[in-house]
Design a protein around this ligand. Structure first.
Ligand code: SF4
Ligand code: SF4
Length: 153
């Protein structure tokens, strides 16, 4: 995803993103990286970097961004938007990029719904695991998360 091929750059990409509902704020980014520091996905997936994705959009790396798996890793928590000093709404920009990826046939239309189901399922598992722990407070110090996940599904 890092390689920049000048002949593949699309200078209109940032305008296309900014022209979509939710994408308007992208041009205000000044690459401070606060969003990346706040992102919980970055904590478990080193390759996921909101600042870098925005930078790639601004550079015009349309094909590399829209064809990349990385745009599907965001969990839409909005932490990046809350901390951004430039009021960039990255979670909304991410939704725009996903829609564009589907429109340009980089992803099947059903994929977005599948990812949303995974996000919902993850939250349901978290709730069940949490309730499981809260109901057995005395045992929480030795909780085996994998076993707990299995018993909660
Ligand atoms: S926090 Fe805002 S300004 Fe800073 S890199 Fe992220 S989107 Fe850009
Ligand atoms: S909305 Fe997405 S990019 Fe922003 S902090 Fe949450 S997971 Fe990271």
């Amino acid at each position: 995803m890092e390689e920049i091929l000048i002949e593949q750059l699309d200078p209109n990409f940032k305008f296309q993103v900014a022209g979509k509902l939710g994408g308007e704020s992208i041009k205000a980014c000044f690459a401070c990286g606060t969003c990346t520091a706040a992102c919980p996905v970055k904590g478990v997936n080193e390759a996921f970097d909101p600042r870098k994705i925005i930078h790639m959009v601004l550079l015009g790396m349309k094909k590399q961004v829209l064809s990349s798996d990385i745009i599907w890793h965001c969990i839409q928590c909005k932490s990046c938007s809350f901390v951004c000093p430039q009021d960039v709404k990255f979670s909304e920009i991410m939704a725009v990029l996903r829609n564009m990826a589907i429109e340009d046939n980089y992803a099947h239309p059903s994929f977005k719904e599948t990812v949303e189901k995974i996000d919902k399922f993850s939250l349901e598992i978290r709730e069940k695991m949490l309730l499981n722990i809260l109901n057995k407070k005395a045992e929480t110090l030795e909780v085996n998360l994998k076993e707990l996940a299995k018993s909660s599904i």
